[in-house]
Design a protein around this ligand. Structure first.
Ligand code: HAM
Length: 412
């Protein structure tokens, strides 16, 4: 017996309604904010991620699913932002609109150690707004995340924000961090000792318990921010205040990807256990330029759908569309039944038939298991009289009606 690959999940029909409800709610909210959908390939040139996420990040160093097709190396995308930036430039979207808002829903792949809420194939609902560096956009993007969560019927989440500042500020932050970590260097894991030399901010995302303990004890201030970046952050905060969006400032929040600058944020939920980030994002003012494009800023975020589902009950209720279940008795009735189903469906009536030639009693049980609203029973006698029995499952009443009136009866 084959088994699914570790860290992947089958989404069975009982669960799929929950997924659909989340996706429908997301599409609705995105359209309220004027975002349009973009779908990019799951495989990309692996170098795209090295260049944008950063060669010293956990994802690039340890978590990429690589496909070697000499001389090319492809990667299963670990996230959406780099692909959207690539697509934005490749399709000249920068030339067709100065400002664009895009959203995406789809699978992402990271070779992580699987555990609750951490998969190797997981799904993002994400968005990117490209073309503006105004703080008002940061405010709108965070309020979009907030509104999406409300649409998913998720409560009790916490929005944590920080500002990394510009490239020079990030340098200053790295220097501050170097000073802070100096005494503890020997107690860091071998990877982090290397990170101190190559990209010290990545020490803050290390999953090693010892390193996390050391990082927690560090003192952070926003002293690395220049005046422009301080002003920007101040505007973001007052914008969120004016919308009544609760947030916490978390100075040690740097995010695990190199493309971020200025505003970064993460949203956590207490029901998720150790992997408590339900979504995260931030601003990337150099990413498009880094890929050879114009000097254009962007900001976005992504929610992990599997984690949203752990916190949301949306869509767990019975689907609203009514189902009619047809039971036929005998070959002639089955033949006529196929035509009846065809006609009902052409009128938009959802229906199903017993394909296992069960007894009336067990076919009724099957209809019940499917939560059918109506059962139709068609035997040889009914067929001769051109009638069909219609049973309402909720009240239990049963009556005979003319087959020609069936669509009318079920429509109302
Ligand atoms: P990220 O923080 O790497 O950001 O991922 C976003 C969210 O995806 C996380 O908060 C988490 O909910 C979910 N997630 C990440 N890894 C896993 C996993 N292995 N299993 C299950 N869920 C996971 C990004 O990917 C950025 N591209 C977000 C962004 C968009 N920034 C700007 N625009």
């Amino acid at each position: 017996m084959f088994k699914r690959v570790a860290g992947t999940k089958d989404i069975l029909p009982d669960e799929a309604g929950h997924w659909q409800a989340i996706e429908t709610a997301a599409r609705h909210t995105f359209s309220l904010f004027n975002y349009r959908e973009i779908r990019t390939p799951i495989i990309e040139d692996a170098a795209l991620f090295n260049r944008t996420l950063g060669s010293t990040t956990e994802i690039v160093q340890k978590q990429m699913f690589l496909i070697h097709n000499h001389p090319d190396v492809y990667a299963l995308r670990p996230e959406g932002t780099a692909s959207i930036a690539r697509s934005y430039l490749e399709n000249n979207l920068d030339k067709t609109s100065a400002f664009i808002k895009l959203y995406y829903i789809g699978p992402m792949f990271r070779l992580e150690r699987p555990q609750k809420g951490r998969l190797r194939q997981f799904h993002h609902i994400g968005c990117e707004a490209i073309g503006s560096q105004e703080a008002a956009l940061d405010v709108e993007v965070i309020s979009l995340a907030d509104q999406l969560l409300k649409g998913f019927a998720i409560t009790d989440y916490k929005i944590k924000i920080n500002s990394l500042g510009c490239a020079e500020d990030k340098e200053r932050l790295s220097l501050n961090l170097k000073q802070g970590l100096q005494k503890e260097e020997q107690n860091l894991c071998p990877d982090c000792r290397l990170r101190i030399q190559k990209n010290i901010l990545r020490v803050l995302d290390c999953k090693n318990d010892g390193c996390q303990k050391i990082v927690k004890q560090l003192e952070f201030k926003n002293s690395h921010l220049c005046q422009d970046c301080l002003n920007h952050f101040e505007k973001v905060r007052s914008g969120l205040d004016s919308l009544g969006i609760a947030y916490q400032i978390q100075p040690q929040l740097v995010r695990g990807l190199d493309y971020y600058n200025r505003t970064v944020f993460e949203i956590t939920h207490p029901d998720l256990g150790a992997q408590d980030a339900i979504g995260a994002g931030g601003r990337y003012n150099n990413l498009i330029k880094e890929l050879g494009g114009p000097d254009t800023s962007g900001i976005g975020f992504a929610f992990g759908v599997e984690r949203l589902l752990l916190a949301s009950k949306l869509g767990e209720e019975k689907p609203l569309n009514k189902l009619t279940y047809l039971i036929t008795l005998g070959d002639a009735a089955k033949e006529a039944g196929i035509k009846i189903l065809n006609q009902l469906r052409s009128y938009g009536i959802a229906c199903e038939m017993d394909y296992l030639s069960r007894s009336l009693k067990s076919a009724m049980r099957a209809a019940n298991d499917l939560n059918a609203d109506y059962v139709l029973i068609l035997g040889e006698d009914e067929l001769k009289k051109n009638v069909i029995s219609l049973k309402e499952m909720s009240g239990g009443s049963q009556r005979e009606i003319n087959i020609h009136d069936l669509t009318k009866e079920l429509k109302c």
